[in-house]
Write a protein that binds this ligand. Structure first.
Ligand SMILES: Nc1nc2c(c(=O)[nH]1)N[C@H]1C(S)=C(S)[C@@H](COP(=O)(O)O)O[C@H]1N2
Ligand SMILES: [Mo]
Length: 240
């Protein structure tokens, strides 16, 4: 188990090409076998989304993490306001769309084939409780980079299988510790906590961390419906 957080983008060229269906472009990339994701993104997207690349590759401040012995397995309270969707993991697909060059439809197998990133962070609910949790999954920024957002993108919308929804500023969505998680405390994510895939991030309050995410839509403007709680008067940015 890797408990350390790796802020670098680390999808290999092979994985990128597999996922994005861009293997025909591999000719352009040469055969030196360098696994530098940044190189691949740069080659594919120049000069379309220079502005986005600047954001993606800009160093962002990492939130200090906790150590494994500080995890509080009992402290994370299940907070589900609508219903608990029963998702067939085999049939499940994550869609990444909106203002992108390369919309993605990913199975859990696709996602689990990417390098696992682990974070140990504090989950803070606005209702007055908190829990130190370890989340394992894929940094959202890695999937977004494969989707190649246009330079106009400023927000990410998250739709969930229970009808929950939220929207984030793109910088927070691309923070290296913002994950789409499929593990909790070293085990498969339980359904109550959002399986197969949920958001986790040390920089946003709990209600921004959508469970059962099925769709990430990248847009340049906020839509009238900004979030399940946000539309009932809760703060939109909800930063920690
Ligand atoms: N889809 C969905 N996501 C959700 C919620 C929800 O009801 N539905 N509740 C939110 C709130 S308020 C919190 S604090 C966390 C709780 O996560 P947990 O149930 O895994 O502890 O999920 C957030 N994400
Ligand atoms: Mo919450």
């Amino acid at each position: 188990m890797n408990f350390s957080h790796n802020p670098n983008l680390h999808i290999t060229r092979r994985k990128l090409l597999q996922i994005s269906g861009l293997s025909s472009i591999s000719l352009l990339l040469g055969g030196c076998g360098s696994p530098l994701f940044e190189d691949v993104v740069g080659t594919l997207s120049e000069p379309l989304n220079q502005k986005f690349q600047a954001l993606l590759l800009k160093p962002q401040t990492l939130v200090p993490e906790f150590s494994p012995n500080q995890i509080e397995p009992e402290a994370l309270i299940v907070n589900t306001y609508r219903f608990t969707p029963n998702i067939d993991q085999e049939k499940y697909r994550l869609i990444i769309d909106g203002e992108v060059e390369n919309p993605l439809t990913l199975s859990m197998e696709d996602i689990k084939n990417l390098p696992l990133t682990s974070t140990i962070i504090r989950h803070v609910c606005v209702e007055g409780w908190a829990a130190i949790v370890q989340w394992g999954g894929i940094p959202l920024r890695e999937l977004v980079a494969i989707a190649q957002p246009k330079s106009t993108v400023k927000y990410a919308y998250f739709l969930s299988a229970d009808g929950y929804y939220s929207s984030w500023d793109i910088a927070s969505a691309l923070h290296p510790q913002t994950l789409l998680a499929y593990q909790k405390n070293g085990e498969s994510l339980p359904v109550d906590n959002g399986a197969p895939l949920r958001l986790s991030s040390p920089i946003k309050l709990g209600y921004k961390q959508s469970k059962w995410v099925t769709r990430v839509t990248l847009v340049s403007n906020l839509l009238p419906r900004q979030g399940y709680w946000e539309d009932q008067g809760y703060e939109w940015f909800a930063g920690l």
